[in-house]
Design a protein around this ligand. Sequence first.
Ligand code: GLA
Length: 735
Amino acid sequence: MFLKKIQIIALFMFAVAGNHVFAQNIITIPIETRENALVMQTDADNHLFIIYFGKKLSQTSEYQSIPAQSTQHDDNSGIHNSAYTPSGTWSISEPALQVTHADGNKSSDLVYVSHKTTKENDNISVTSIILKDPVYQVEVTLFYKIYSNENVIEQWSNIHSDEKSEIILQKYASSNLYFIAKDYYLTHYNGTWAREMQPEEEQLTAGIRVLDSKLGTRANLFQPPSFLLSFDKPASETEGKVLLGTLAWSGNFRMDFEVDSYHNLRLIAGINNYASEYPLASKQDFKTPSFIYTYSENGKGEASRNLHNWARRYRILDGEGSRLTLLNNWEATYFDFNEEKLSALFKDGKKLGVDLFLLDDGWFANKYQRNNDKAGLGDWQENVKKLPNGIGHLVKEATNTGIKFGIWVEPEMVNPKSELYEKHPDWVIKQPARPEHYMRNQLPLDLSNPEVQNFVFGVIDKLFTENPAIAYIKWDCNAITFNAYSPYLEKSKQKQSQLYVDYVRGLYKVLEKLRAKYPKVPMMLCSGGGGRVDYEALKYFTEFWPSDNTDPMERIFMQWEYSYFFPALAQSNHVTDWGKQPLKFRTDVAMMGKLGYDIVISHLNEKDLQFSKQAVSTYNSIKDIVWHGDLFRLVDPKKNDYAALMFSSKDKKRAVLFSYLVNNRYEAGSDVPFRLQGLEASKKYRIKELNLYPETKTAIKEDQTYSGDYLMTVGFNPMVNTRRTSVIMEIMEAQ
Ligand code: GLA
C-alpha cells in the first residue's frame, strides 16, 4: 500500500507512542461479512482510503497496522486507493465523484466526518460513512449493507448538496473499490440478440478497461453489468480468489477497472455518466443504484452460491417461493391466432400438464392491427377480429379448461404506426429535428414523463382490474434508445441530460406502484431476449428471459454463464423447435431452470407427447431442488465434450445432475467418472436416471448404493455419449 508521507509518519508514531496518540486522527473502519473484510482508514488529513480487501482477520484490531507494511508511496504522483475518489484537487485518478459547483468551480475534496453501523438483524447491518467537502457544501454518504452469512455487500452512495443553488453531478459512482493482488483476470460478457452472455476472460493490464452500456432501454443487449474478477490467477469452480460483481440498475452503466502504477486494481462502478450530467438542487439528495458483490477464496462455485442464496432470500420477488410451468404460444402461432386456436392451445397445455398458458404478442390494436411487429404497439385494446369476446373470455375459457392464464405486454414502447403515436407524439423519445431511427420498428415512450408513467401503469392495471384472474405477465422491451431526447424534460425546463437516469427512475416508479397494488403476480422480465437483467429490476420480477435463442446447444452455454449471477428459479427456459436436437435433449436443457414450452403440442407424435407429459411430472418432482438447492457446475462445456452440473438440496438428501453432450466428434462423451459436489460424505446414495425417452433403457446401475465420499472423491460417470446425448440423474439418500 502506498501512503502519503504524512500518513507514514503518523503510523510510525502510532507504533511508537501507542494507541491514544492517534486514536482521534486515524480511524479504521472494517466492513466485515462472515468470511471477508473491506477495511478503510483515514489519514492525518482525514481522507478515507481502502487499506484492505480480502479474507477477514480474527483480530479486528490488527487491520489498522496493514498500511505500515507497505512501501508503495510516491509523493509526486497519484494516490489511488481513495474510498470515493474526488476530482479537481489532490487526486488525479479516474474519479468516483465529479461535480460542477453552483459557482462553476469544478473541484471537489472529501474528508471523513463520521460513521455508524446499524444492525437490522443478526445477518444484516448497514455501515454509513459521511464524507464532506471542506470548501463546498457537498456531502457524500457511503453505504455498505452487509449480508453476513451470504458474504454479500450491497454498496451505494448518497450525494447531498447544501449549496445555495443547483450543482451538476458529472460523475456519481455507486462504488469505488481497491484491490491488491499479483494479477487480475476479468471475465466479462458480450453479445447481441440471440447471442447473449458470451464470456471472455482477460488479464487486465495497465490502464483503464471499461465495461459499459449506452443503450438506454434494453441496456444489456451488448453487455450486462455483471462480471467475475479473479485475483492472482484465474479462479476455477472450486479454487481461487474471486469477486462476482453486478450493478443493480436497468439503464446505462459504466465500470472502470484500472490497473494503476503500483499494479493495484481500482474499480469504479455506477451509472454511466455518458450524456448524463445530473442537476442536484439545493438540499436535495442523489441516491446511486447499488453495486452488489461477493468474494470467495474458494472459487467461482462458492461465490455464485453465495449470490444465489442472497438473491433468493433478499432480492428476487418471491425468491424463496414457487414458480409456474407454462405453455407459450409465441413460436407456435406468432401473430396468427384467434379464440378458437387459443382454446385448443389451452387444452394442449392442460394435456401437457403445465400450470399456465401464456398469450404472447399480437392480441391488441385495431386501427393499426398488430399482425406483425410493424404496427399497433401502444394500442392496448383487444383486437376485435382475433378476440371478439375480449381477454375476459379467454381467461374464463382457460380457467374452465383447468389452466391459468398469463399475458404478454410491452408497455414502454410504441410503433409510429399506432393510435398512441398519433395522439401523443410528445410522449415519444426522438429528436425533434432529426429522422426517426427504429429498432424493431418501434420507439421507447418517455418514461421521465409522469403522464407516460401513469399510462404504462394503466396498461397493466386495466388488465388486472378487468381480469383479476390473470396469473402471469411477460413484460417485454424490444428497442434500445436512439435519438435520446425528451419533450417532457424540455417542456418542464429540466435538462435533457437527465433523460437516461430519469427514464429508469420512471420505470421503477411504475413497477413500485404496480407491486404495491399487485404484490404477488409472477412477472417475467424480457427484453427481446436477455437485454435487461439486473438486480434492481428483479425486485419486481420473479424471473427473466435469458435469450430468444432457445437452441438447446446454445442454451447450455448461455444458462451456464447466467448461472454465475442468477439462481435457476429465475431463469425461464422454454422447450421450442429451435436447434437440431431431439425433444429429450431440448427438454433436459430447459429443465435446469424454470421449465416452459413454446411448441405446437398437437404436432407431437404419440411418443413425444407421452415423453413430454412425463417430463412435466418429473420436473414437478425435482423442481424444488433446482429452484432452492445449491448449484455446482462440474464439467465446463467450454473445455470439454460435455457439460455437467448438479443441484443439491440444502439437507443434502437429494440432488439432481444434468449432463449434456456438446461435441459430436468420434467417441465424444464422458468416458471416466467426474467428481460430484454438495453431498454428505458419510451418507449413502442411490442413483436413478430420470426423463428417459419412452422405450429406452438406462445405462446406469440403479440398484447400487454409493457413499457421498465415493461420489465426491472417485465421482460418477453418467455415460453421456453420442447415443445418450443428455442424461438427468436423481441422487437420493438411500434408506
Ligand atoms: C420478443 C421476445 C419474444 C416474443 C416477442 C414478441 O422478441 O423476446 O419472446 O415475446 O418479443 O413480439
